[in-house]
Design a protein around this ligand. Sequence first.
Ligand code: NAD
Length: 337
Amino acid sequence: MPTVLRAAVIGLGSMGANHARVLSDTPGVELAGVADPDPERVQKAVGGRPVAGFAGVAELLAETRPDFVSIVVPTGLHESVALQAIEAGAHVLVEKPIAATLDAAARLARAAEKRGVILTVGHIERFNPAIRELKARLDAGQGGRVIQVRARRVGPFPHRIRDVGVIHDLAPHDIDIMRYLLAADVERVFAEARRHINTANEDLFAGSLRFAGGAMGLLDINWLTPMKERSLTVLCEKGMFVADYAAQSLVFYENYAAAAREGAIASVTEGPMTRYPIANREPLRVELEAFRDAILAGGPAPVSAADGMAALAIAEALVQSSREDRPIAVAPILAEA
Ligand SMILES: NC(=O)c1ccc[n+]([C@@H]2O[C@H](COP(=O)([O-])OP(=O)(O)OC[C@H]3O[C@@H](n4cnc5c(N)ncnc54)[C@H](O)[C@@H]3O)[C@@H](O)[C@H]2O)c1
């Protein structure tokens, strides 16, 4: 394995331009090429640097022979573009959600395994310093048993997203973080969803998740709010953590009554509030560095294809629940993939 890895970015829209920017100055990485059918986006991403620009995926792969590729095309194209990169022998980071359907995701995972390349999914919030701090504190037992996790991810309508609704586009972030923090699987979901702005898919959604072990997850996610909020609350027996993904902040509200008692929750009273110092870093930079290091180490993927598929299966169950107006068991959906 070379010490400097050759990277490529395919898809240079609002997220792909960030991958190209970060990879162009990541130590141990050389941004060898970028591709997008839009020549202006290619020109902007190249930005006067010695980076080869292409309109097509096949030319990029043939001419730059990258060690790894970020796939940042619309979700409906993840499978076809990622398969080309895998077949060319490149390690692949595919943006979230892993693919448009579970079948497509399973085909991708099988192809990567067969070709012997690492397939990882851009569940970027795992690399958010506030979430890393929260995970370390939960794993150390600071909060005791987790009772409920609540995520709010709201903001204005993104007119560029045409192929999926808000459940597939945004919910996988928080579904993945909840599974990661709780280290537990989702057994059952229920969702309410609505369409307001002219689109084929839902733009307002509320969902509940039942985790193995008993914790409850709540998702409040929409594209109809005239301000951006990305927050996560983890209610535990010994207190409550509140994380702001965007501000990268983490606060703990202690349950004073629990401080004196171990075991089952006996009482709740307001205790001291602590705000932890967090060294802010761009999550995408941390994510891409983790992928570089995983390639150099020969694996494993920082976020596995199985984790990407689980987040997608849960998103699909939420869509199904909202359409059929009933709770949906998740395990059978994953078993079919
Ligand atoms: N991790 C995150 O926080 C995050 C944030 C935004 C988007 N995303 C994901 O990134 C992906 C792209 O989203 P976006 O918001 O950047 O979309 P976008 O529409 O802004 O950009 C998509 C780009 O892909 C290009 N493209 C289309 N077909 C192509 C092809 N065959 N080859 C090369 N380029 C092609 C388009 O020309 C466009 O420039 C989606 O899967 C989305 O879910 C992730």
